[in-house]
Ligand binder design. Structure first.
Ligand code: LAN
Length: 747
């Protein structure tokens, strides 16, 4: 590998049953010892190491996960030595060789516990949350971590001196103020050039009073913003009767679990003590004198560059009421609400072994627990131990991941991609290890408090990351199940996931179907769509309830179709009904131009692949009127054919997601190309030339060792924030080549 920097080699990823922690020069492979000796690094060595994480964003803001990959490949790497099937056709042989090379390389990235680790960064507002938590609780990260974080933040500063919501985004007030404050908390001098330029950006764009509400929250915690300038989070809402459509148990679990600790902090008006740094920051980020700011007036002030959703009149009306209530509130009721919230926070911590559902509540729960029980409490220490589960090192520095990883998701996809044809069987130990991980990750028990805290039943399901996080996800269950079936079908391993557990997975999938025929993410849709009118976030859309999605629905339909093939007896009529209504949902989601919008990856090529895969798999099996399915499939394929770029590939940018229209990237992208190819091949659309030229793009982009380049960012959430899926650049080209091998070369 070229240009490997020596500083990278000091960092090693320790893993255990999916848990991932980066350790600096670890003394052992024991994941719990990752901090031993970290403080004994001499300063000059530290400076040298951090210099090796200089990263030029202008070439590509997406790092290539080279620190992990370099360490995984290292000296162990060998070319594939097994028997490669031979074909007389030279072009076909090239594809077979590339595919084997791709799988061989990728198998080296798998770790011993069977999962594929990978960079899951992208959003820029996460690390600041954790740094603010560390600051207020006076629990600093080791110096080498702090220096690596600083590097990361500097590396992602835009040319205009601001920062975006995510690494590819244009500068926003949210992104910029959060990074600016983080750098200051990390000890950077305010006169440092990059900071003074950032300050100019902030001031030129109206100052930090225009930071969106999540930023107002963090600034208030730091005592850099007055809580009076924050719309009430009305903690009493948690005491509402459950039948009310606005009771938070009905919210999308991510909103529920973020607004929960935020409400605690709001009720307690938690704020850091004033000190020199805080007083100085108050002067640095505002255009007006801090003391003179009219705080209540700032509640709805949001910088134009940040606005993605505008508050509805109902939300404004509700805020008017709840803000006034603060003046007359009943202390007894407030205490009752706060106690309830704290009980809920403890339950979430225990249910997830302190990993928590995601990066945002990870940080804010830590603040609440520190506030409630103190720095020396066992509970807080357990929180701190898990901060490291969210940190990731790549060649652009140390970042906070968008989750505690994407372990199960990537492993299930990788397995399915490899087993798409018989060639995957050339890697039996890789598949055996994935199986072990998938087996381990299936959820086997319920929490004692699951019903009390509104959790969907979960036995038999799979989470997105690890068992410890343990939040079941509908389509992760579908992918876990599909991967399990593919492995069983390959006969490469002795099955340990027995029929009973397969049936549990099927039961859970069925329990997840919404009345609109679709599947949502973690739970059923629990409230009507109008609840979205109460979305207070300004920067995210569709966060209030768990909606049915094309991708989630297609994944569930596909795995149910597979179950019907392997066990046509189990709950036959119920499954058939579920599939039919799922297909109807997918058909309804299709756009007039034939495409589907993707809510969880970039973007139309992604969801169109899911939609067509499900419809094609169902075609000819009596679940639906085949003529209708064919019209829809053909329309989708025609859409894709029309979007093929001159070089034979496909490419979208993240703006497809935020603007909701297909937005072409300047160059084709291997991940989009692979999705389009998978779609066209599964649909049997009969466009051989189109497919061949797409395959050529994948071959051309492959490196000598068998990797593909990291191009544009691939993932998204809530329309407006992008997230990295480092494994996609391998999984999907492998999958597409493997399908090509099975359908075209092997036959
Ligand atoms: C994820 C990651 C995985 C993703 C898929 C499984 C791919 C999808 O098909 C269903 C939704 C899901 C599970 C998903 C939901 C939103 C998440 C959890 C994330 C994108 C990872 C990070 C994001 C989370 C909300 C980030 C924190 C930000 C907030 C607005 C709370």
């Amino acid at each position: 590998m070229q240009n490997v920097k020596s500083g990278w080699k000091n960092w090693q990823l320790l893993t255990e049953k999916g848990r991932q922690i980066w350790a600096f020069k670890p003394v052992s492979n024991n994941i719990n010892d990752h901090l031993q000796n970290v403080d004994s690094v001499p300063d000059e060595e530290l400076t040298r190491v951090v210099e090796d994480f200089q990263f030029d964003k202008s070439i590509n803001p997406n790092s290539g996960d080279r620190v992990y990959r370099n360490a995984a490949i290292n000296s162990k790497f060998q070319e594939f030595t097994g028997q490669i099937p031979q074909s007389k056709n030279l072009e076909a042989q090239k594809v077979t060789d590339a595919l084997i090379k791709g799988m061989n390389y990728y198998s080296y990235l798998q770790c011993e516990d069977g999962h594929w680790p990978g960079d899951y960064g992208g959003p820029l507002f996460l690390l600041p949350g954790l740094l603010i938590t560390s600051y207020i609780s006076e629990t600093p990260f080791p110096k080498v971590h702090r220096e690596m974080m600083k590097r990361y933040i500097f590396n992602h500063q835009n040319n205009d001196a601001g920062w975006g919501m995510h690494i590819e985004g244009e500068s926003t007030m949210f992104g910029t103020v959060m990074q600016y404050v983080s750098l200051r908390l990390l000890g950077v001098d305010k006169n440092q050039e990059q900071l003074s330029n950032a300050r100019t950006w902030i001031k030129n764009n109206g100052g930090a009073t225009g930071i969106p509400s999540w930023g107002k929250f963090y600034l208030a915690i730091l005592n850099l913003y007055d809580w009076q300038g924050f719309n009430s989070l009305f903690p009493e809402m948690w005491l509402f009767p459950k039948w009310l459509p606005v009771h938070p148990w009905r919210y999308w679990c991510h909103s529920r679990m973020v607004y929960l600790p935020m409400a605690y902090c709001y009720a307690q008006r938690i704020k850091a003590p004033e000190n020199e740094l805080i007083l100085s920051l108050r002067e640095e980020i505002y255009n007006e004198n801090f003391e003179a700011i009219n705080w209540p007036k700032q509640r709805n002030a949001v910088c134009k560059k940040d606005c993605y959703t505008t508050p509805s009149p109902i939300l404004k009306w509700m805020n008017f009421f709840t803000n006034h209530y603060e003046k007359f509130k009943c202390n007894w009721l407030r205490k009752k609400a706060t106690d309830y919230i704290l009980g809920y926070l403890n339950a979430e911590d225990e249910q997830t072994d302190y990993v928590n559902i995601g990066p945002v509540n990870k940080a804010i729960n830590s603040i609440c627990i520190w506030h409630a029980y103190g720095k020396d409490s066992e509970k807080f220490k357990k929180h701190v131990a898990r901060w490291y589960d969210y940190l990731w090192v790549a060649e652009d520095g140390m970042k906070m991941s968008g989750y505690n990883g994407s372990q199960l998701w990537d492993t299930a996809f990788a397995t399915r991609a490899m087993l798409e044809s018989d060639l995957g069987k050339l890697f039996p130990s890789t598949i055996a290890k994935s199986y072990q991980f998938i087996d381990h990750s299936q959820i086997k028990s319920e929490h004692a408090t699951h019903a009390e805290y509104f959790r969907h039943p979960m036995i038999g399901s799979w989470p997105f990351s690890t068992t410890e996080n343990g939040w079941p996800v509908a389509d992760c269950t579908a992918e876990g199940l599909s991967a399990t079936l593919a492995i069983h079908h390959s006969c490469l391993v002795k099955s340990t996931i027995d029929e009973h557990r397969i049936k549990q997975a099927v039961d859970i999938l069925l329990s997840y179907q919404n009345s609109d025929g679709g599947w949502a993410t973690y739970e059923l849709t629990r409230a009507p769509k109008w609840l979205e009118k109460l979305n207070p976030s300004e920067v995210f859309a569709d966060i209030m309830i768990d909606y049915s999605w094309t991708e989630c629905t297609a994944a569930c339909v596909i795995s149910l179709l597979e179950i019907q093939e392997t066990d046509p007896v189990y709950k036959n009529s119920e499954i058939r009904k579920a599939i039919s209504s799922g297909l109807n949902f997918i058909l309804k989601q299709q756009k007039p131009d034939g495409s589907w919008y993707g809510g969880w990856a970039v973007c139309f090529t992604y969801a169109t692949w899911f939609g067509v895969e499900a419809l094609s798999k169902a075609r000819g099996k009596g679940y639906h009127d085949d003529a209708v399915l064919s019209v829809s499939i053909n329309k989708a394929c025609a859409f894709l054919v029309a979007k093929q770029k001159a070089d034979g590939g496909w490419g979208e940018t993240f703006e497809s997601c935020s603007k909701l229209v297909y937005t072409e990237a300047a160059t084709s992208q291997v991940v989009n190309t692979a999705w389009a190819l998978l779609t066209l091949m599964t649909a049997d659309f009969g466009v051989k030339k189109v497919i061949e030229s797409g395959i050529k793009v994948l071959l051309k982009r492959q490196s000598d060792i068998g990797d593909w380049p990291q191009e544009n960012i691939s993932g998204v959430f809530n329309y407006n924030c992008m997230i990295t899926y480092a494994n996609y650049r391998n999984i999907f080209p492998i999958w597409a080549l493997n399908r090509y091998y099975r359908q075209i070369i092997q036959e």
